[in-house]
Design a protein around this ligand. Sequence first.
Ligand SMILES: Cc1ncc(C[n+]2csc(CCOP(=O)(O)OP(=O)(O)O)c2C)c(N)n1
Length: 573
Amino acid sequence: MKLNGSQLLCEALIREGVDVIFGLPGGAILPLYQTLPQFPQLRHILVRHEQGSAHAADGYARVTGKPGVCWATSGPGATNLVTGIATAQMDSVPIVVVTGQVSRASIGTDAFQETDITGITLPITKHNYLVMHASDIPRIVKESFHIASTGRPGPVLIDVPKDVQNEVVEYEESTFDEMYAKVELDLPGYKPTMEGHPSQIKKAVQLIAESKRPVILAGHGVIFSGAYDELRELAEKAQIPVITTLLGISSFPETHVLSVGMPGMHGMAYASLAIEEADLLIALGMRFDDRITGKPSAFARKSKKIHVDIDPSEIGKNIPVDVPIVGDLKRVLVKLNKLVQPATHSEWVQRIEELKREHPSMDIRETDKLLPQFVIKSLCDVTEGKAFIVTGVGQHQMWAAQHYTYTEPRSFVSSGGSGAMGFEVPGAMGAQVGRPDRVVWSVAGDGGFQMTMCELATLVENKIPVKFAIVNNNVLGMVRQWQDIFYKRSFVATRYTANPDFVKLADAFGMLGIRVTQKSQVKAAIQQAMDYDGPAIVDFVVEEDENVYPMIPAGQTINELIEEPRPQEARRR
Ligand SMILES: Cc1ncc(C[n+]2csc(CCOP(=O)(O)OP(=O)(O)O)c2C)c(N)n1
């Protein structure tokens, strides 16, 4: 059997179950592109900007659990991917990125469009490769998918010089399948610990049995290990309230009586207070991000801590723990659930109900004005909580986390760790491609939307029917909020005075566009967008100076919680 590097790559991608690739061509990846017509199983979606392809691969991976794939040419094509790769790295999302590179002989000569992309992405990939021989491609692809999707998931980059894409390799085997089956994974040092240590699990069981006020803090790891049922079993069996991090949203049904919502900077006050009062914190697949902990030394002081994570380097990194368990969350929980004794914790559960009543921070104030919170709540009502929601970064992201009710795993998709504005358009594109059976709504900021809105053309071209709710406050809202609260209302460089007309823009791209300025129009507009057979934009022109509450200022403790707007701000309302 004779195949060139490009053919080997495509064959291998197909064996890894890839069905779609987001990409944009250029000189150094042209041999690969010219091979594509031989592989009609590989759907290629031609994006408008490489950042879009990386975010789309990421969105696809978050909703399907399968690695997303994107590729780009060398130099600027590759560097345009960087924001998307970093975003996937920070949130532990499995993506495989292929870049073209200048030919081997030109590497290091500052050749046209040469960039050391493996060097650039070293700190933001789980692993990366520069392929020097086409014969290595099957092994490298096999390893890449294995690394991206096992252990703590993350991005893997494969940089393939142009002449390697053309290099012909002759194999003894007569079919690719035969050869690929024989490829052995050669990964010294990479052996994720999957099973939690039995004695640590026993210690955890003991702590759970002794605790009077336990809470579970569930993160992205629950979603990526597919441990929803096990999480629910643990919560119900021992009657433990469940709090989720931003990326843990949708890992536990928010309609469940034991659901307590999200804690931290913009979380629900009662969730943060429950952590404060807890005597045991069971942290599952989360990494004690500073948006959750505030001031680490003051975080959850009264509690013992169990931390389960597949990545040993996360344990004790930000918060000291009493019982560390390294392993795959699903497997650990299966074992733990067998040993955990049924309990009721009824006093504690009641106490949390009381906290919820005392701190009704999710109530939306009565007003005729069009509030962003009302838009999100209405979106939840009209979609019956069944849409997949993808967000940008900023105030709208927090309102989408607070006011939509998520019940289905993977139905909330957002750039958490990296906080990448511009995720809302391509991230939603990838999510919709991954889940064509579901309605995908992108809750977008007018700022972030404009960073990657070129991908609207990609949506129209490929008939990808994402619906956009632009929470249009004409400002870079979250930054404006910080200027409001922490910089004495000194508003610098946060107001957009010439935003485009988003309805005309929709028209220009060949989409449905609707503008909403009144509360009374909200639900009908959402329904109209849903009924439309294709991508649509609803431009919600909302109050400009609305802030997100509650808020625990960065690096502070629960004592600094701002639940209500400050008096001067309340006067403005
Ligand atoms: C790429 C990028 N640049 C800058 C920031 C800093 N930042 C965080 S939120 C925000 C404002 C977002 O504005 P918009 O998208 O309109 O959403 P809003 O907060 O108004 O809902 C900015 C500039 C960021 N997170 N990402």
